[in-house]
Design a protein around this ligand. Structure first.
Ligand code: 5GP
Ligand code: ZN
Length: 112
């Protein structure tokens, strides 16, 4: 999508600090980290949020979780949280599906 921030990051039109990339997804460090380790994993296909995952595009979500497992191991992070905010009330600010991966500090529950 031409006016989507994360589509622009995938295309390299906006610089980002890459963690991992393959044909299906892109991972990069969050510009405003909320934990010592905080990166985002996004599908290269534009999907607005997890509310738009369906039978025809769901495979990339499973793939992203394999990437999260691999990249966190590479980074030496063995305890972490995966978050996807869906909709404004939940705190979604970029409407391209993304999974926050947060680690390196104690986490509280329930989340704010
Ligand atoms: P959301 O609020 O939608 O759950 O998460 C969007 C995330 O994208 C936020 O954590 C925010 O810091 C991050 N973000 C917004 N703009 C940029 C950017 O230009 N580059 C990077 N690396 N992260 C961004
Ligand atoms: Zn997009």
């Amino acid at each position: 999508m031409s006016d989507c921030l994360f589509c622009k990051i995938i295309k390299g039109e906006i610089p980002s600090s890459k963690v991992y990339e393959d044909e299906l997804c892109y991972a990069f460090y969050d510009i405003d980290p909320q934990a010592p380790v905080h990166f985002l994993v996004i599908p290269k296909e534009h999907i607005a949020s997890a509310a738009d995952v369906n039978e025809s595009n769901a495979a990339v979500v499973a793939h992203i979780f394999t990437v999260i497992a691999k990249v966190t191991k590479q980074l030496g992070v063995d305890s972490y949280r995966v978050v996807s905010n869906i909709g404004l009330q939940a705190g979604q600010s970029v409407f391209h599906l993304h999974f926050h991966v947060l680690g390196g500090r104690d986490m509280t529950w329930p989340p704010g």
